[in-house]
Design a protein around this ligand. Structure first.
Ligand code: PLP
Length: 457
């Protein structure tokens, strides 16, 4: 779509785009005058941008797995930007933050504080192997930028390899390694030189057009580029792709080996998948592969505050005369206390185990739905990250973004919020506190939406 500054907008990778006519219709049917008034004021005062402003609705309360909009409608939030692992407004977290505000509310640079040290100690007691040195940042993007800067400095190289279709943040470094058109092409001009991309693994849909073996092809391509270039600083990727796609067995081992052979670092972006989302504390623990740098964010702040971190192999703590992060709120005691309490809550409440358990319930339900509905081409996921790929032709695997949008708005109308990725993949990222009963209720809503929106076979 051509806009006023002569930029041709890329096809939207997300179904819940803010310009869709279905969204306008949904708003007309479901939102009251007060909510629409707030959305319109928001739209007048905030810059418009894709998948953000103008907004879908307005939120008034969040609690547990629920968001409540301005008109009092409640939705199970199976999106939550992946911040709400412990549920919204967790009473223990809110108490800890309030008490920290009374005790110590800021630590100026050059002063450490107890919450920062306790948090870093707790975090490194959980990260695998030699990942024992921490740098903190106020957003996932900033932590990615630090990791990229660190990989450049440590290797003396600047090139990277990452996946097309990935997202790593909105700063120039993160955009450059990201692979989504909406953040890369268009009006903002050149990105970082040396940021190379390879097609990602994913047997259901991939650049090679194969129906199995994409993992081997992808790992071989990464190795090929590493070998040809000889001077790549880092491979950076999400170990479990957000679409979602689970890595095939042996995939990350092969990439790890190639990185070691050609002197490149391996950076895992676990900003959405870390802290138990996939049923392991870190999703790379499913593969048994340790990166050189692990990047965390989102849920680390307990769904209340922005906290992100890069955790590096302790052997890399060599480059001490340069500033990689230098963020004003690096060791903010309130942020650090929130993160510390969040880590403790996840452990004390057994949320990682719960994520695996309730995720299995959802997958079983969705696989049964796949037997009834031709439109469900693929069901995949792990723990509280799972997705359903919709197609208009099962044999040809033709994406059906219109059906995805219809299902999305039907579910929203019946109290379940989630998002679509790549246009046609219903992507569910429920909180780790979701119970089996709630998961079944959510899947009932999804099943009813399929009953309403497409014919059974
Ligand atoms: C995989 C991944 N990396 C990085 C980021 C950026 O995090 P933030 O929005 O905190 O900057 C995101 C956010 O959606 C993400 O999903």
């Amino acid at each position: 779509m051509e806009n006023g500054i002569g930029f041709s907008a890329p096809a939207h990778g997300e179904g819940d785009v803010n310009t869709s006519s279905l969204r306008a219709e949904w708003q007309r049917q479901h939102l009251d005058g007060g909510t629409m008034d707030l959305i319109n004021r928001d739209s007048s005062v905030f810059m418009h941008q894709s998948v953000s402003t103008p907004c879908l609705s307005a939120v008034r309360r969040v609690e547990g797995i629920y968001i409540e909009d301005h008109g009092g409608r409640k939705y199970m939030d199976f999106h939550g930007n992946n911040v709400h692992h412990i549920g919204y407004q967790h009473p223990r977290l809110i108490r800890a933050i309030k008490s920290q505000l009374d005790e110590l509310s800021f630590a100026p640079r050059r002063f450490t504080c107890e919450p920062a040290v306790l948090f870093a100690e707790e975090l490194t007691s959980l990260t695998p192997g030699d990942l024992n040195k921490v740098l903190l940042a106020p957003s996932g993007n900033d932590a990615i930028e630090m990791a990229l800067a660190y990989a450049r400095a440590a290797t003396g190289r600047h090139k990277t390899i990452s996946f097309w279709d990935s997202y790593h943040g909105a700063g120039f470094g993160a955009r450059s390694v990201g692979g989504e058109a909406m953040f890369r092409s268009g009006p903002i001009g050149p990105l970082l030189p040396g940021a190379q991309h390879v097609p990602p693994f994913g047997d259901y849909r991939n650049a090679w057009g194969v129906r199995e073996g994409s993992g081997v092809l992808c790992a071989n391509t990464i190795r090929y580029v590493l070998e040809k270039e000889q001077d790549v600083a880092a491979v950076i990727a999400e170990p479990t792709r957000a679409v979602p796609y689970i890595p095939p067995p042996g995939f990350w081992q092969a990439v790890r080996q190639a990185c070691d052979e050609f002197g490149a670092m391996l950076i895992f972006d676990e900003i959405p998948t870390g802290l138990g989302k996939t049923g392991r504390f870190f999703s790379c623990q499913w593969e048994g592969v340790e990166p050189d740098i692990l990047v965390l964010g989102k849920s680390l702040g307990g769904g209340v505050l922005p906290v992100a971190a890069m955790v590096a192999n302790e052997k890399l703590d060599l480059l001490r005369d340069y500033a990689y992060g230098h963020y004003t709120h690096e060791k903010n005691p309130v942020l650090c206390r929130a993160a510390l309490e969040t880590l403790r809550i996840i452990q004390d409440e057994g949320l990682v185990e719960n994520a695996e358990k309730v995720g299995a319930i959802a997958l079983e339900r969705l696989l049964k739905m796949q037997q009834r509905f031709e439109a469900i081409g693929d069901v995949r996921g792990r723990g509280c990250l799972f997705g359903v790929e919709l197609v208009s032709d099962r044999d040809l695997r033709t994406p059906d973004p219109q059906l995805a949008e219809n299902i999305l708005y039907h579910c929203l109308a019946h109290g379940l919020s989630f998002k679509t990725t790549m246009g046609n993949v219903l992507t569910f990222t429920p909180p780790l506190i979701t119970t089996g009963e709630e998961m079944n209720r959510a899947m009932d809503i999804v099943e009813n939406a399929f009953n309403a929106c497409c014919a059974g076979s």
